[in-house]
Design a protein around this ligand. Structure first.
Ligand code: CTP
Length: 400
């Protein structure tokens, strides 16, 4: 089973404190990051690739010229949610401040749009050098986090400011900077997104307008909060989410298979997908002529959520979504929630083309007692976090 999580690059500069980044790597893994290490060539004099490969469980290279056909610096930059450079030498700070990119790490740093954290460690004289000071100020001005080094004993007999900070301080400062929440650490979240399609013939299908945006927003938010996320995506055009295992399906029966294979391991299920209620009894092997359209026999699809809720564990939380047109009827929604065995249901009004495909949404979150939360118009990303908060309050730690 390959459940993924948040993704991070650990850049290692050429300083004696490079060995302390081995401990940092471990703590970053503890808070749910998959870590890829990119050392500079100089740093390999202190800690070799074997150490980084063994600790990260991944291949490690400092060479920009490996696998050039995969454009690795762009791939690495895109595939990480956060970059931490530790130790950051005076030379590395200077390079990034002036936009230089002459090796793998500095190329990744110049290509990324993710938050970047520098953990400088060097002798006091180098840290207080006017050029270094100016570079640090410039990097901070540009929005990078440059953590203050500790004060204490240096490599030789001297002491002063410039020591590699305590790992716990690095973790707490970078968590605040990157707004990391870890309240879903160790949790497994299963999300369906998009809309299922039922083939009529080789060119036509029964489908719906669901874009998948709400489901993808939930998957992303859960990943950012430390969860391991599986996303079952039906016919969505949205780009894959880094650190989220995505299973692509098309029809309702394919979604059912994927759900059946992953449901038992999850703690939270979000059924954000719009599931086609019915499918043709048989799929024509040839394109149907106009004259054949007066009668397409349909059969009902299984109700995926109801079927799952029959085999749920008490400690799992199931969240349903209902898109209705016209005035939202809370009582009808409550009946739907109960009949499907869900814990929460997000009810939204999709009349007049609102919601589908949009970045924004609004609606009401209900549980078996009635409305839990009125959700005024907001970004789907914001709603995703609210839904996760509410689902968490329903989540028991029972080990049943
Ligand atoms: N759902 C499901 N299987 C289906 C239909 C819906 O699991 N065959 C899930 C959806 O993913 C959603 C919830 O049930 O989370 C409610 O979807 P909705 O389409 O409102 O439910 P229906 O049972 O189809 O109700 P209606 O008759 O009102 O369309």
């Amino acid at each position: 089973m390959t459940l993924l999580g948040r993704e991070l690059i650990l850049g290692v500069g050429g300083g004696i404190s490079a060995y302390k980044s081995a401990e940092l790597l471990r703590r970053l893994q503890d808070i749910g990051f998959g870590v890829t290490v990119i050392p500079t060539r100089a740093s390999l004099n202190f800690v070799g690739t074997a150490t980084w490969e063994a600790l990260s469980g991944r291949p490690v290279t400092e060479n920009l010229w490996n696998n050039v056909h995969e454009v690795p610096h762009i791939k690495a930059a895109r595939n990480s949610n956060l970059i931490v450079v530790a130790p950051a030498t005076a030379d590395l700070l200077a390079k990034v401040a002036s936009g230089l990119a002459d090796d793998f790490l500095t190329n990744v740093l110049s290509a990324t749009v993710s938050p970047v954290v520098f953990v400088p460690a060097m002798h006091t004289e180098m840290w207080s050098n006017p050029a270094t000071k100016k570079n640090v100020a410039l990097l901070r001005e540009r929005g990078y986090l440059v953590i203050e080094p500790d004060e204490g004993r240096m490599t030789g007999d001297d002491s002063g400011v410039g020591r590699y900070p305590e790992v716990s301080r690095i973790i707490s400062e970078l968590s605040a900077y990157a707004e990391l929440k870890s309240d879903l650490l160790g949790r497994k979240v299963l999300v369906t997104a998009g809309g299922t399609r039922e083939a009529i013939d080789p060119v036509r299908f029964i489908g719906n307008h669901s874009s998948g945006k709400q489901g993808y927003a939930i998957a992303k938010a859960a990943r950012n909060r430390g969860a391991q996320v599986v996303l079952i995506s039906a016919n969505s055009n949205l780009p894959n989410l880094v650190g989220v295992e995505t299973i692509s399906v098309s029809s309702t029966l394919q979604m059912q298979d994927a759900l059946n294979s992953r449901f038992s391991e999850c703690d939270l299920l979000f059924m954000a997908a719009a599931v086609a209620d019915a499918r043709p009894v048989s799929v024509a092997s040839e394109k149907i002529k106009k004259s054949g359209f007066d009668n397409i026999e349909l059969q009902l699809n299984p109700d995926l959520l109801s079927d799952l809720s029959k085999k749920r564990r008490a400690s799992q939380v199931l969240v349903a979504f209902a898109a209705e047109t016209g005035d939202a009827d809370i009582e009808a929604a409550r009946v739907k929630l109960n009949s499907k065995g869900a814990d929460l249901l997000f009810l939204n009004d999709v009349s007049h083309g609102a919601i589908f495909g949009s970045e924004k949404t609004q609606g009401k979150l209900i549980d078996s007692n009635g409305v839990v939360l009125e959700c005024a118009e907001q970004e789907k990303d914001t709603l995703a976090d609210l839904l996760l908060n509410q689902a968490l309050t329903k989540l028991g730690w029972a080990n049943d």
